[in-house]
Design a protein around this ligand. Sequence first.
Ligand code: NI
Ligand code: MN
Length: 227
Amino acid sequence: MEITYFGHACFQVTIGDTNLLFDPFISPNELAKEIDIKSLNPDYILISHGHEDHVYDVELIAKQSNATIIANFEITTWFNNKGIEKTHPMNHGGSWQFDFGKVKYVNAIHSSSLPDGSYGGNPGGFVITSDKGNFYYAGDTALTMDMKLIPLFTKLDFAILPIGNNFTMNDDEAIFASDFIACNKIVGMHYDTFGFIEIDHAEVKEKFNKREKELFLLNIGQTQDIK
Ligand code: NI
Ligand code: MN
């Protein structure tokens, strides 16, 4: 599957001819100013939780692309009230078969309020299974034992995990998470965007290498094919 990084926690994953966009926060991100959000045309926008650094560009991109929003019930309702009708509400433990594959909404340990202070439901992550491959997008989360449930049902090809510390787990814990989910190909997210979450790329990559794991730290705008 092809994965393109748009900075912070925002990725597009292409499954066949379907584009899934996760947690778009592009226009306020200084590091992502080369990205033209008007060029984005996803089929689905998946949102892990309500925080501004995960939903900032959702409304604009959903309206220009007519994409379907997949998120917890509280977040989809919030966007319904902004005039976006194409939404698919979910909640923890539930899964749904879409045209591109199956989405399961899984636990994340974090918080979730929307930018106007509205309740944002419980934060989560997504496990996607498809005939092109399987992956886990963790969202913002601490390391949690619940991650051990994922490989009981799904053999992952790669996982997108937060590594930046302060608001989420750090790189050392992401290595444990990689063991918990039985997946050695990890794409890092939620680092470098703000002062609290800056990381030393070489040092972090070396830690993963020592454990015989591969850590992808994509450049913003870069597309990588991960199998
Ligand atoms: Ni957050
Ligand atoms: Mn965040």
